[in-house]
Design a protein around this ligand. Structure first.
Ligand SMILES: NC(=O)c1ccc[n+]([C@@H]2O[C@H](COP(=O)([O-])OP(=O)(O)OC[C@H]3O[C@@H](n4cnc5c(N)ncnc54)[C@H](O)[C@@H]3O)[C@@H](O)[C@H]2O)c1
Length: 259
């Protein structure tokens, strides 16, 4: 990863879920383009690993261990961002969970409903709340949320995930309209299958189930899964001036699956 000071030179870029998968690829990409990166994750060791990788390559970053479902921790992390770097320009909210089980609604355990709504929806809303307050103070900014294809269509046997991700689309579109004249743009990305620990090791365990993995591959018209870097590229573009007329969009990054 060579540092290429271009689109995000001296921009302060805050990424949640940046210890793994899409969030990690996004944090590394911001750093590669000259951003000062705030690497947030509930897994502090993984957050620090991402920071170490950035520092090793000559970039600038700090690690913050936060649970986005805890509003005080989110508020403190935005305060710490401003204390360390003076402002907040870009926020990419990737932290999310997909729950441990696959069941239809009548059998779905209630505790995992609450877990996914608390993290994916309430947590993302807390992030936006404190990010937006700071962006108003510094005269503008860009927010990108990670929704999912499950924010656009149903996801059988994972109703809380679909509900939370549809909710992320709703708060994204609402914020886009609320802050459109404040120089703040808010968009979200709706990926299908991206090869990260979430789907390889998590609920769907695709790493251990070749048939399920093939089904996940076949869902895309391109007959492959996406890479974390392909989603990071969309996030950076949405945070850059190149997408200056786009706000309130829920962009499918899905290899043609929903086409
Ligand atoms: N991988 C996919 O196929 C896919 C598809 C569509 C959407 N998404 C969404 O993209 C985002 C990133 O997913 P990923 O695939 O990179 O997953 P991942 O599991 O590799 O990374 C998620 C990261 O979020 C962190 N995290 C989880 N709960 C947290 C919390 N409460 N507070 C702070 N950090 C927390 C985890 O520790 C982890 O580092 C998620 O919101 C996910 O729902 C992923």
């Amino acid at each position: 990863m060579a540092i290429n000071m271009s689109r995000f030179k001296d921009k302060v870029c805050y990424v949640t879920g940046a210890g793994s998968g899409i969030g990690k690829a996004t944090a590394l990409s911001f750093a590669r383009e000259g951003g000062k990166v705030v690497v947030c994750d509930v897994n502090g060791e993984n957050a620090q690993n991402t920071v170490n990788e950035i520092l090793k390559n000559g970039g600038e970053a700090i690690a913050l261990t936060i649970n986005i479902a805890n509003r005080d921790e989110v508020e403190s992390s935005v305060n710490e961002t401003v204390k360390q770097f003076g402002r907040l320009d870009c926020a990419v909210n990737c932290a999310g969970v997909a729950g441990p089980v696959s069941k239809r609604i009548h059998e779905y355990p209630e505790e995992f409903w609450h877990q996914q709504i608390n993290v994916n929806l309430t947590g993302t809303w807390y992030c936006m709340k404190f990010q937006l307050a700071q962006m108003l103070k510094n005269g503008g900014g860009n927010i990108v949320n990670l929704s999912s294809a499950a924010g656009l269509i149903g996801q059988p046997e994972n109703s809380p995930y679909a509900a939370s991700k549809h909710g992320v689309v709703g708060i994204t579109r609402t914020a886009a309209r609320e802050y459109a004249t404040d120089n703040i743009r808010v968009n979200c990305i709706c990926p299908t299958a991206i090869e990260t620990p979430m789907i390889m090791e998590g609920r769907r365990k695709l790493a251990y189930n070749p048939e399920a993995k093939q089904a996940a591959i076949n869902f895309q018209a391109m007959k492959r899964m996406g890479t974390p870097q392909e989603i990071a590229e969309v996030a950076l573009w949405l945070c850059s001036d190149e997408s200056s007329f786009i706000t309130g969009s829920a962009i499918a990054a899905d290899g043609g699956a929903l086409a």
